[in-house]
Design a protein around this ligand. Structure first.
Ligand code: ACO
Length: 434
């Protein structure tokens, strides 16, 4: 839906002229100044590194209220979806705007089943990677390599072609991720199994052994399903914006997703849950918590309390709430209710939330504070944490990729810059100045 324009804002420029900027109204009482005419009309650009005040697009997929600590997918609170829906139902919601009909079939289930295998030739690609390569490096390379199998058949102006490409990527990501894990471990690849759900199949492809068939455990699968639903989308974060930017040139979608994987791999984006586990191991016992809190508060010390604070949430991250509950249920189920790291995390959260520094700066647990504990309890190795995040986030990346083709304002992404280098110099210029 196109945002309504009701008012304008006036921009007073240094030369005394006034430029009118339309005000665009979004949902949830959010407003944006439409600066598209600014450069053409005035020669001025807007300077905003990190895009902290720039809406790069319109989107109807995900909304975050950072002050309240709310996260909605297509208007549904994420906790409700994590508690009551499957990952593919949430994928349907993100892509189509609605949950599949209650009691009816989810068309994505069947579509994913028909596309979960990768071309047999792709198995050969894995042999080119070192055995000890990080599984994220392998995932980034192999998802990009899929373009070599499908590029010629793909007409991006045809919606059916775009849908098929999106389904192929959604279906093949868990297969590639599991293959990356097994290659790294020196284990034989496992083909997907059509009888299993999306998440169950992913775990099956990772953990099934020729010597010991994998048996699904509902509590574990549901825990992982919740983790994946909570990570499925988070509006215009770095990796999603990367996918949108790559796609804006009508690039091949497999390459765009590889670009998203590359961005997510950065430690400032997808890697903090690993850091939480390392931090808890370093703290060791509740008696040491005050020492680490003091380090976190000390400006001269680079240490930060990992899993605390967020650019957008200035309240408890709603995903952390759900994951804390998941930790309780899962660890109890596994007979690990007294897990020392979990108890330490609970105590650390309590102490930090009562500390004036954290209260004043509005620093609360974020999604990463408990997710590492859940993944560790599920037997997922540290180097697969971000891979799992990438598989889940692929759904959101594709929802944004699909959305941008229907956007009447869709243009190739091409930011301006504030040039601060040398002005024209060199022989030709000097001559022409004379
Ligand atoms: N521990 C101690 N102090 C902190 C923390 C923390 N975890 N987080 C922020 N602060 C302090 C900052 O030093 C700053 O202090 P100042 O005002 O005196 O300069 C103030 O709180 C505001 O912090 P900013 O860095 O401005 O907040 P920003 O929004 O830029 O950063 C970030 C958010 C990067 C997540 C930060 O909170 C952080 O580094 N947290 C720890 C790492 C982490 O958990 N990352 C995962 C985020 S969730 C995700 O990406 C999926």
């Amino acid at each position: 839906m196109a945002p309504k324009t009701q008012k304008t804002a006036q921009l007073h420029l240094p030369d005394g002229s006034v430029h009118e900027l339309p005000v665009l109204n979004g949902a949830f009482q959010k407003h944006a100044l439409d600066i598209r005419s600014l450069y053409k009309a005035t020669g001025f650009t807007a300077y905003d590194p990190g895009y902290t005040s720039t809406a790069s697009c319109k989107s109807a997929i995900t909304y975050i209220d950072g002050a309240k600590g709310d996260l909605y997918y297509r208007g549904y609170p994420v906790k409700k979806l994590a508690d009551h829906n499957t990952f593919l139902e949430v994928a349907h919601l993100l892509w189509e705007g609605e949950l599949p009909e209650a009691g009816g079939k989810n068309p994505l289930e069947e579509a994913v089943r028909s596309h979960s295998m990768v071309h047999e030739q792709l198995r050969e690609f894995f042999k080119g990677f070192r055995r000890d390569a990080h599984p994220m490096a392998i995932l980034m390379g192999t998802v990009g390599a899929l373009s070599s199998f499908y590029h010629e058949d793909l007409n991006l102006h045809n919606e059916d072609d775009r849908d098929l490409a999106a389904i192929r990527i959604l279906a093949k990501m868990p297969t590639l991720a599991a293959m990356a894990y097994r290659y790294n471990k020196g284990l034989p690849f496992v083909y997907p199994c059509n009888e299993l759900s999306y998440v169950e199949n992913f775990v099956y492809m990772m953990f099934d052994m020729p010597t010991q068939p994998y048996k699904a455990d509902d509590v574990r699968v549901k825990a992982l399903e919740k983790v994946m639903i909570l990570h499925a989308d988070h509006e215009q974060n770095a990796s999603t914006s990367t996918v949108r930017m790559a796609a804006s040139s009508h690039a091949d979608p497999f390459g765009c997703i590889a670009a998203g994987v590359a961005s997510l791999w950065g430690p400032a984006h997808g890697g903090a849950n690993e850091a939480v586990l390392r931090m808890l191991a370093a703290i060791q016992t509740p008696e040491n918590i005050p020492i680490f809190l003091e380090k976190a508060k000390d400006k001269a010390d680079p240490f930060k309390l990992m899993g605390f604070g967020h650019r957008v949430y200035k309240n408890y991250d709603p995903r952390a709430h759900v994951l804390k509950e998941v930790c309780h249920t899962l660890l109890k189920h596994l007979g690990l209710a007294q897990d020392p790291l979990f108890k330490l995390a609970l105590e650390l959260e309590k102490v930090a939330l009562n500390d004036p520094y954290f209260i004043e700066k509005k620093l609360y647990p974020n999604v990463d504070f408990y997710s590492g504990l859940v993944l560790q309890a599920l037997g997922i190795p540290l180097n697969m944490f971000t891979v799992l995040f990438a598989v889940a986030r692929t759904t959101g990346w594709l929802a944004h990729w699909k959305e941008l083709f229907d956007d009447e304002d869709f243009k190739i992404g091409r930011p301006q810059q504030l040039y601060v280098g040398p002005e024209a110099r060199g022989r030709d210029c000097e001559e022409s100045e004379e």
